[in-house]
Design a protein. Structure first.
Lengths: 611, 631
């Protein structure tokens, strides 16, 4: 959402913002209040946050906070994230013996700290703060350019007020709100003053599986247009223009190699995979992402480059081979979600390939990645696909194929030594394989079995082997023998044990009753566990758990569990599928139920009894 | 690339060694074993020119093999008003020993080292370094010059057990023969050479081998070699000192850092007098004054100059309503003094793993301050930075250790309270009904004392959502649990925390055909079982002991009968005692009882596996199940 305003040049001095002043008086009621009427159990709240902006000139902030409990005291240690600040007012209010007592912050309570070279912040310790106190601050920052206003905080904001006056330097400015926040503001305009208002804005609650929390805070981004002309396009088209390069049309330097690689292959998918593998194997990644050199020929010859440079070469080669390959700009989770057209919002370049109306996102700079996978930190909202000069579209970075994790186990129950033992074959692909390779590449693979044994202290692993660790286009396979003590329980003549060994789920991750934000699993996945239990001598199957299937609507995910009794044992099959990396909040109850079922089947029992 | 050997000159600060020695393949098998990092060469060269003038030249060359070893390097050097950084540099070598990166002083970030404080004068030069390959070797070196000599950098060749040391040398020049007392720990071994005289102290270690990390061992200072110096004449931020025993040290602290800072305004003194006017008992008076202070102030840490060592005045804390541990302690001391109650500023090492102050090391120690108030029957210790902690109660940060009281007559060592298993008890009673669908419904009450109280009382002030989630997570073995009617009471006089709540769990039992498996121990379980060890080298140290008593009334649904009952079980070992039983109360109603207490202490390494077996047995019995079947 963006608002482009061309305001009338306003002259004259900064006037009083009378409309909002009625919020600024601290009343005895506020001092005596024990809890808020809406947010009844918060440790502190922001009574008001009023921001007055005259762009290019100054920013004035007036804020008051109420401290309810001991845990709220920390909110009275105030940090102002700007340098060049004038603190105009800083007072603690307390209600004592029927009167309002005010204590001003003296010079000793204001600290200017040079956090690092050239960057100063101001910290304020309010005096006499206790449960019930209200603190109030007014400060002014000089010279403001591009910046962000937070209209949501960790504690609730009762009243938010943002008033903007247009400076006469600029012909307009751009304001964009974070579309991913769940907070709404009301805007209005009178004469040359633009106002944003918010009431009872809840504190941001941190949930698990969130990806990047800062993406969800209610906040607004400001840019004056003149500045924007230099760093921001009026539209995605101009951004596409900026990033498009004719370098991807040059082919002389790789033409011969390309012919050798493709050979007589005609199938587009196969061609693409050959070219991708070739570029990935040839080019060494230097750990940087940004494009520093557009001389692709030189980079190609040197066999080393940044992610962006390597992917430009990939685009060029795929195009030359007759495929629909495009430059795509993306942003990492840490950089933030892509909200509005700007040159400043991307921090990597990948290749988007279109075959049969399907997109395949490629990154040939990653030695452990495979065809169709981009590094997980960049699986973040949308990226900008540049079709041609001025022609572009926003494309989701979500993974399009599922990562697999399959385990096949043969187990026998040793009633004499009271343990379960057998062998495991595990195969992982997609992001599971990528993460595994990255984690264990630099250190001894033995650490993998050590890590497993760390998690399950009664587990002992031996004869570990792995295959295809270095073949990034193949899944990784692992084989090992195992022994596990105390796995089954003997009650009377019967033996009871869980069907999934240590591949089940012990606790449900999703315990909140309600959830505000989407659930980010990172990537869609499919987990399969198949166990064959061999009957011990002298025992027979007494009972096996009932099968179970559960599916979430709209093909979001599913679970299935089946147990069969065979001639000499029990066979267990378990499947868990999550078909989307990022799942909308509305599906939360279903996700919660799915995982609850996962826990249930994990602890259901197989029962054997003596013959 | 060929390397030439550069010789070591005694005049030059840095120990220059041929780079090819940094080749990773040169490291012997035995040094490499179990090590995430290896100190190839470490050199500390200190010159104490005078009691107020010290130069430190330090250099370390460390090879890191994986991300576990990364914490061993810390390319940062601290400085402040009395200390300046003359040189600082870092070099990075690849596995062949070739230099691939070089960072000079200007590449280091200059940042404030406020750490946990709101503000601090301390600064540091730090290198923001992320390795792009492993293994790599980093050489980090610096030279600092200071007029503060209270802390002389100790010799500590390896700070972690999984780090081996090829070579480490420490030299302290003391040309003016300033009186120094070296304290040596764990240095009686073959690979360590020592040469000491009043002008020159030299220590050298070669081939110290790393060992695998062992859980529940003594703190590393108890087995890793270390040498530290206590200067009898020193200066701290322009304040000189001359001390040779605790009496004199305490005296110096009192005269130079505390004296005159306990002045209160008359109105405040009158206020306190009025507060305690109706109280006879001195301990009760102290309690009222302590609680007054807790309500009036909050903890804010501001460390400025000597203020890093000196408390802010009582008048300032009174006026501002905040202070750090030193300020709040001094303020409380002044308030008590106004009513004729004597108390002492007390220095303590506040890490949870219970370190004593070193009685034989008369020097600046500790990282925290609290207040000791001597009474006839006991000494009351007061933690002044916590607004909620009860009077005369310590938590895990200051219990059971030697601390130093600064009295006007000098310093006196004493020991803080030790909490026993009896003190640290949690008693839980619950009443649970299972319905036809085997959903659990019931209520419980838990009363926690001592260190169990300390671990819990904080949740009272959390938002209700967080409290609910806290219980759901503690009892994660319940599947689909709902908690309601949560009522929490903090009795500060009895130091007792009471929790009352109702709960409902849907997926607790396991079903096997028409039989139900039910584990009666619904709440208090030990989850973590350590791995057994073959060849443990360190003794087993259990620092604290706790006890738990659970009584749960269980009502099973009609139409079901207990097929297989819980076997009563009892176990008593040197590590603790455990007992469970299940007895009938009425028709289909039983009482499950669990008692567990652990014993603190230090046990020889041969007993470690017995300890693991003890825990394993408890974990297993905690999950023991009964079977119910339809009639």
């Amino acid at each position: 959402m963006k608002l482009l305003l061309a305001l009338i040049i306003s002259l004259g001095t900064f006037t009083c913002f009378a409309q909002s002043d009625k919020y600024l008086i601290i009343t005895p009621q506020q001092l005596q209040e024990k809890k808020d009427d809406v947010f009844t159990d918060v440790p502190a709240k922001i009574i008001y946050r009023n921001i007055y902006l005259e762009i290019g000139k100054f920013l004035e902030v007036r804020e008051a906070r109420k401290i309810y409990t001991n845990d709220g005291l920390e909110y009275s240690d105030f940090e102002i994230p700007f340098d060049n600040v004038d603190v105009k007012k800083a007072i603690t209010y307390n209600w004592e013996n029927g009167k309002t007592i005010m204590t001003e912050v003296g010079g000793e309570g204001i600290f200017t700290e040079e956090v690092s070279k050239g960057f100063e912040i101001n910290k304020i310790a309010f005096p006499n703060v206790k449960e019930g106190s209200v603190i109030e601050i007014v400060y002014r920052v000089n010279e403001i350019g591009l910046w962000t206003v937070n209209y949501q905080d960790i504690i609730p904001i009762k009243q938010f007020w943002l008033e903007i006056k247009n400076p006469f330097y600029y012909t307009g400015f751009n304001i964009t709100k974070n579309g991913f926040a769940k907070v709404d503001l009301e805007d209005s305009q009178t004469d040359d003053v633009l106002v944003y208002k918010g009431v009872n804005i809840p504190g941001l609650k941190f949930e698990n599986y969130l990806g990047s929390t800062s993406n969800y805070f209610g906040r607004m981004f400001f840019e004056p247009v003149y500045y924007a002309d230099r760093v921001r396009g009026q539209s995605w088209g101009s951004v596409a223009n900026y990033y498009h390069t004719k370098e991807i049309n040059k082919k002389a330097y790789f033409k011969k190699d390309l012919e050798n690689v493709v050979g007589g292959e005609l199938d587009p998918m196969k061609k693409a995979k050959l070219i991708y593998s070739y570029v990935k194997d040839r080019m060494k990644w230097n750990d940087y992402y940004g494009i520093s050199d557009y001389n692709l020929k030189k980079i190609y010859r040197n066999e080393e480059g940044t992610s962006g440079e390597i992917n430009l070469i990939l685009v060029a080669m795929l195009k030359e081979a007759g495929l629909d390959a495009y430059i795509m700009k993306v942003a990492s989770k840490r950089k933030g979600l892509v909200h509005f057209p700007s040159y400043n919002i991307f921090n990597n370049t990948i290749c988007a390939l279109e075959i049969d109306k399907q997109y395949h996102l490629l990154d040939a700079s990653q030695p452990h990645g495979s065809f169709g996978e981009i590094p997980l930190p960049f699986v973040n909202g949308d990226g900008l696909l540049i079709v041609a000069e001025g022609n572009c579209r926003l494309v989701s970075t979500q993974a399009r194929s599922k990562s697999q994790n399959t385990v096949i186990i043969n187990a026998e129950i040793d009633t004499e030594n009271l343990l379960v033992k057998g062998n495991v074959k595990k195969r992982i692909s997609g992001y599971y394989a990528w993460e595994h390779r990255e984690e264990y590449e630099k250190i001894d693979i033995k650490n993998y079995t050590d890590d497993l044994e760390e998690l399950n202290n009664s587990l002992r692993i031996s004869n570990f082997e792995n295959q295809n660790f270095y073949k990034s286009e193949q899944p990784v396979s692992m084989f090992y023998d195992f022994e596990m003590e105390d796995y089954f329980e003997k009650i009377g003549e019967d033996i009871y044990f869980d069907p999934l060994l240590y591949f089940g789920k012990e606790e449900n991750d999703f315990i909140d009753d309600e959830r505000v934000f989407p659930i980010d699993f990172g990537f869609p996945f499919s987990k399969k566990v198949m166990v064959t239990f061999q009957l011990p001598e002298g025992y027979q199957v007494k009972s096996i758990p009932k099968g179970k299937t559960l599916a979430i609507p709209d093909a979001i995910g599913s679970l299935s569990f089946k147990c069969i009794s065979t001639n000499n044992g029990v066979q267990v099959t378990f499947n868990l599928d999550i078909n989307k990396g990022m799942i909308e909040t509305a599906y939360y109850p279903s996700i919660q139920q799915l995982f609850s079922e996962y826990v249930s089947v994990s602890k259901s029992k197989i029962v054997l009894t003596k013959n | 690339m060929k390397y030439t050997l550069t010789l070591a000159f005694t005049a030059i600060s840095y120990l220059c060694i041929s780079q090819s020695n940094y080749k990773v393949s040169h490291i012997s098998e035995e040094i490499r074993k179990n090590a995430s990092a290896i100190v190839r060469d470490q050199s500390t060269d200190i010159t104490l020119h005078d009691f107020d003038d010290i130069t430190i030249r330090y250099s370390e060359v460390i090879t890191i093999f994986d991300k576990n070893g990364l914490k061993v390097i810390n390319p940062a050097v601290h400085y402040d008003e009395s200390t300046s950084v003359k040189k600082v540099e870092a070099l990075v070598y690849d596995r062949e020993g070739e230099e691939v990166e070089k960072y000079k002083k200007k590449d280091f970030l200059d940042v404030s080292a406020s750490g946990g404080s709101l503000y601090s004068d301390d600064r540091m030069k730090v290198l923001d370094f992320t390795p792009s390959f492993y293994p790599f070797t980093m050489k980090f070196s610096y030279e600092i010059h200071s007029s503060s000599t209270a802390f002389i950098k100790p010799w500590y060749p390896s700070r972690y057990s999984n780090v081996s040391v090829e070579k480490s040398k420490y030299v302290l020049h003391n040309p003016k023969k300033n009186p120094l007392t070296p304290r040596k720990f764990n240095v009686e071994r073959e690979n360590i050479r020592i040469a000491e005289n009043t002008e020159l102290y030299t220590y050298e270690a070669t081939n110290l081998l790393a060992s695998r990390h062992e859980v529940w061992g003594p703190s590393v200072t108890e087995f890793l070699p270390m040498v530290k110096f206590a200067p009898q004449k020193f200066q701290l931020n322009k304040i000189p000192a001359e001390v040779s025993n605790w009496k004199e040290f305490g005296n110096w602290q009192h005269e130079k850092l505390l004296k005159g800072r306990d002045v209160l305004s008359q109105s405040t003194k009158d206020q306190i007098t009025a507060l305690v006017s109706n109280i006879e008992e001195p301990k009760e008076k102290a309690k009222a004054i302590y609680e007054f202070m807790q309500n009036k102030t909050r903890y804010v840490s501001v460390q400025v100059g000597i203020g890093g060592w000196q408390p802010s005045t009582a008048e300032e804390v009174d006026r501002l309503g905040y202070g750090d541990c030193k300020g709040l302690t001094n303020y409380t001391m002044a308030l008590l003094k106004s009513q004729g109650i004597k108390s002492y500023y007390t220095i303590v090492d506040s890490q949870p793993d219970g370190k004593d102050l070193d009685e034989d090391f008369v020097a600046m120690q500790g990282d925290h301050v609290m207040l000791s108030v001597p009474f006839e029957d006991e000494t009351v210790f007061l933690e002044c930075t916590d607004q909620r902690i009860p009077f005369n109660f310590l938590g895990r940060h200051t219990d059971n250790r030697k601390v130093l009281m600064v009295t006007p007559e000098g310093g006196v060592m004493t020991r803080t309270h030790t909490y026993t298993a009896k003190d640290n008890v949690a008693r839980l009673t619950a009443s649970v009904k299972l319905d036809d669908s085997f959903k659990l419904k019931g209520g419980l009450e838990r009363n926690s004392f001592g260190l169990q109280y300390a671990g819990l009382y904080g949740i009272e002030s959390q938002p209700m959502d967080d409290i609910t989630n806290y219980y759901k997570r503690s009892w994660g073995h319940h599947n689909n649990m709902n908690v309601s009617n949560i009522d929490l009471k903090n009795d500060k006089d009895l130091v007792k925390f009471t929790e009352n709540l109702d709960f409902e769990t849907e997926g607790y039992v396991s079903k096997a055909a028409d039989r139900i498996l039910f584990a009666p121990n619904l709440f208090t379980r030990i989850d973590y079982v350590p791995k057994k060890s073959s060849g443990r080298t360190l003794p087993l140290v259990v620092r604290r002991e706790y006890s738990y008593v659970d009584e749960i009334k269980l009502e099973f649904p009609d139409g079901y009968v207990v097929d297989s009952m819980l076997e009563p079980f009892q176990l008593e070992t040197e590590f603790g005692a455990y007992k469970i039983s299940m007895t009938p109360l009425a028709e289909n109603t039983y009482l499950y009882k669990r008692e567990f207490s652990s014993k603190s202490g230090s046990f020889p390494k041969e007993r470690y596996n017995d300890y693991v077996n003890f825990i394993k047995t408890v974990v297993k019995k905690d999950k023991a199940k009964i079977i119910l079947s339809k009639i």
